[in-house]
Structure formats: structure tokens, C-alpha cells
Design a protein around this ligand. Structure first.
Ligand code: HEC
Ligand code: HEC
Length: 176
């Protein structure tokens, strides 16, 4: 309950605490991880959030983003993905607990900028995918959009996005 009082201190501390680990090791570690090993919670997440698209691994978005997504399921990218209130709470908890460790997002975001609700709009995603020619994706009926991670990442259903497990349909193995 004292959160508002502590906020200024937290704002100063967090960047100092996490800057070093985030900058040095995060990307390497994150890409080679799988889903969080949390049996029942993971199953529930996959069941409720994996029917229309891949159940995106929680590490690809920060807390603020997952909050925003989970609080607007009534209009989820033009569709309804509404859940029972208790399920919504449990999944929100699972997602935020395992969200990206890039905790400094709130500090360097531009004033008034909203947290991204698409993984494909995050800076790190764009950075990793900017060499893929657009026509390979949008005009390719076997892919359709970059949101369909599992079409190219053969380990995606296990939560693995290792660069050695990329195969673009109609193009082949991606080596760079
Ligand atoms: C009824 C179908 C449906 C369900 C159920 C659903 N989604 Fe989605 N979701 C969509 C559609 C459609 C898009 C937009 C995909 C596109 O643009 O290609 C989307 C996109 C997303 C994206 C952004 C992907 C990107 O482009 O980076 C996230 C994150 C996401 N959903 C999370 C969730 C979560 C969390 C749940 C479970 C609470 C969920 N979705 C359940 C239909 C669904
Ligand atoms: C059109 C095919 C395609 C789609 C769809 C796609 N990716 Fe990728 N992805 C790639 C390619 C190609 C690379 C670059 C691999 C390399 O570095 O050689 C990559 C790299 C990555 C990396 C870095 C891997 C590493 O070890 O450096 C991550 C993480 C990643 N993608 C996540 C995602 C996520 C999450 C989605 C869905 C929201 C997605 N990708 C959708 C093709 C795709």
C-alpha cells in the first residue's frame, strides 16, 4: 500500500540494478530459453491463448504490455478473446511473472508512449527480423504475417527460438 511513496526510490534503483545484467546477457539467455516450466499454469495459458496463434512465450513482452493485452481481451486485435475473470487473473499472473526482464522499458520510453501490445512491434523483434525481405512473408501463403512465429521457427511450440532452428517456408534454411 505504500507503493506511491516508494515509487521515486524504485525509479532510481531499478535502472542501476538491472542495467548491467540486461545489457550484457539478456538477449543471449532469452533466445535459448524455452517456456517457463510451470506445469498447470503453462497448460492453461497454452489452452486459452494458443488456439488462434502460437501461445507466445511471456518473455517477449514486458509487464506493462501483458497488462494492457489482458485488460482488453474484449477487443483483441478485432476479435474477442474474453475469459472468465478467474482465468484472466491466473493467466495475467503467469504472464507478468515470466515477462521480459527488460525492466528499464518504463524509463527510456518516450513520453506518453504506450507499451507495445505486439511483439512484432518491439525494437528487439524488429532488429532481429529487419533483414527478411517483406515479400517472403506477406506474399507467402505459408506464412502470412510475422506474428505466425512457428511457420519459420521450428522450435516455437516448445518456446525455443534458437537461430539454428529457422526455416522460412518456400525459402529454406536461413543462414547469415
Ligand atoms: C479468437 C482468437 C484469439 C485468441 C483466443 C487469442 N488471440 Fe491473440 N491474437 C489474435 C489475432 C487475430 C491477433 C492478430 C494477429 C495478426 O495480426 O496476424 C492476435 C495477436 C496477439 C498478439 C500480438 C502478436 C504480434 O503480432 O506480435 C499477442 C501478444 C496476443 N495475441 C496475445 C494473446 C493472449 C495473451 C491470448 C490469451 C488471453 C490471446 N492472444 C488469445 C487472436 C486471438
Ligand atoms: C518469416 C519467418 C519468421 C517469422 C514468421 C518469425 N521469425 Fe523470428 N527470425 C526469423 C529469422 C530469419 C531470424 C534470424 C535468424 C538468424 O539470426 O540467423 C529470426 C530471429 C529471431 C530471434 C533471434 C534468435 C537468435 O538466436 O538470435 C528471435 C528471438 C525470434 N526470431 C523470435 C520470433 C518471434 C517471437 C516470432 C513471432 C512473433 C518470430 N520470430 C517470427 C524468421 C522469422
Amino acid at each position: 500500500m505504500k507503493q506511491s511513496l516508494n515509487q521515486p526510490i524504485i525509479h532510481l534503483m531499478i535502472p542501476l540494478l538491472f542495467l548491467s545484467t540486461s545489457v550484457l546477457g539478456d538477449d543471449e539467455r532469452e533466445h535459448h530459453r524455452s517456456y517457463p516450466q510451470q506445469g498447470a499454469a503453462l497448460e492453461q495459458y497454452k489452452q486459452e491463448c494458443g488456439s488462434c496463434h502460437l501461445a507466445y512465450p511471456p518473455r517477449f513482452l514486458g509487464k506493462a504490455s501483458w497488462n494492457q493485452i489482458m485488460l482488453s481481451l474484449g477487443n483483441h486485435f478485432g476479435e474477442s478473446a474474453e475469459l472468465e475473470p478467474n482465468e484472466q487473473q491466473e493467466i495475467l499472473h503467469f504472464l507478468t511473472q515470466n515477462s521480459s526482464s527488460r525492466r528499464w522499458y518504463p524509463f527510456w520510453k518516450k513520453k506518453g508512449e504506450e507499451a507495445p501490445i505486439r511483439i512484432t512491434k518491439t525494437r528487439s523483434f524488429r532488429h532481429e527480423h529487419d533483414e527478411i525481405p517483406r515479400h517472403l512473408v506477406v506474399n507467402n501463403p505459408k506464412i502470412g504475417s510475422l506474428s505466425q512465429c512457428e511457420r519459420c521457427h521450428t522450435g516455437a511450440s516448445e518456446g525455443s527460438f534458437n537461430e539454428h532452428q529457422v526455416h522460412i517456408p518456400g525459402f529454406g534454411r536461413w543462414d547469415d
